[in-house]
Design a binder for this molecule. Structure first.
Ligand code: 13P
Length: 251
């Protein structure tokens, strides 16, 4: 039985004061939902704060990206996977569409980041998703296949159990317009079948999250779908009450 994961991707938001209030509220109010794994994913400068505040809680934390460099040295601005693991990081988002688009990350780079994460005992949350133009041209499944196959071809079969997938249709991110339950279930089922063709056990254990305008009003119908194993939440994860309502919907 897969345990649902609800992860809050804070993107470039937060401050010491706001984060402390939000995290303390989550610790206090999410404790009763033990059937759901909750994670917060703050910007890099606040990871140490998250680690300290979450030290004795069941909420875990993750980072929004990881370097392609695995060593140490002259890589200004980069943070390697070993550093993240060093102080207790659990998850790392790789291939978010905002990084694919703004930083021109390729499928191969995303796949390598996923492998670097697993090699360093971090769990990558690998984001895949199509643009509106690709959906309208009927290319959704072929785009997603290309994105996921890069990852599946790069990781060893036994590493697949460490991976989390997140389906984030780009047109649904930050727009208030979520994908429909039919669209979400179709994609999630296809992604699981793709993994299943390589390794049945990993496919059954694989967490496939949905992300894209998840909010209290649509969380229950999305979280009830058979192949949806949680959510990657942007905007609504910054408001304790909304994030708790989404966790409750997944419970
Ligand atoms: P929103 O929930 O704000 O649409 O963002 C989704 C997302 O990109 C999570 O990674």
């Amino acid at each position: 039985m897969r345990k649902k994961l609800v992860a809050g991707n804070w993107k470039m938001n937060g401050s010491l004061t706001e984060n402390e209030a939000l995290i303390n509220s989550l610790i206090h109010r999410s404790a009763r939902f033990q059937s759901v794994q909750v994670a917060v994913i703050p910007p890099y400068p606040y990871l140490a704060q998250a680690q300290q505040l979450l030290h004795s809680s069941t909420i875990v934390w993750g980072a929004q990206d990881v370097s392609l460099e695995t060593g140490y040295g002259a890589f200004t601005g980069e943070v390697n996977a070993g550093m993240l693991k060093d102080f207790g990081c659990e998850y790392v988002i790789v291939g978010h569409s905002e990084r694919r688009q703004r930083h021109h990350e390729t499928d191969q780079q995303v796949a390598r980041k996923a492998k670097i994460a697993v090699d360093n005992h971090l769990k990558p949350i690998v984001c895949v998703g199509e643009t509106l133009a690709e959906r309208e041209k009927g290319e959704t499944l072929s785009v997603l296949s290309r994105q996921i196959d890069a990852v599946l071809n790069t990781l060893a079969i036994e590493q697949l159990q460490q991976v989390v997938l997140a389906y984030e249709p780009i047109w649904a991110i930050g727009t208030g317009k979520s994908a429909t339950v039919q669209q979400v279930q179709e994609v999630h089922q296809t992604l699981r079948q793709r993994v299943e063709s390589l390794d049945w056990v990993s496919a059954q254990e694989l967490n496939i999250l949905y992300g894209g305008s998840v909010k209290p009003s649509n969380a229950l119908e999305l979280m009830s779908l058979p192949d949806v194993d949680g959510a990657l939440v942007g905007g609504a994860s910054l408001v304790a009450e909304d994030f708790i309502a989404i966790i409750e919907a997944a419970a």
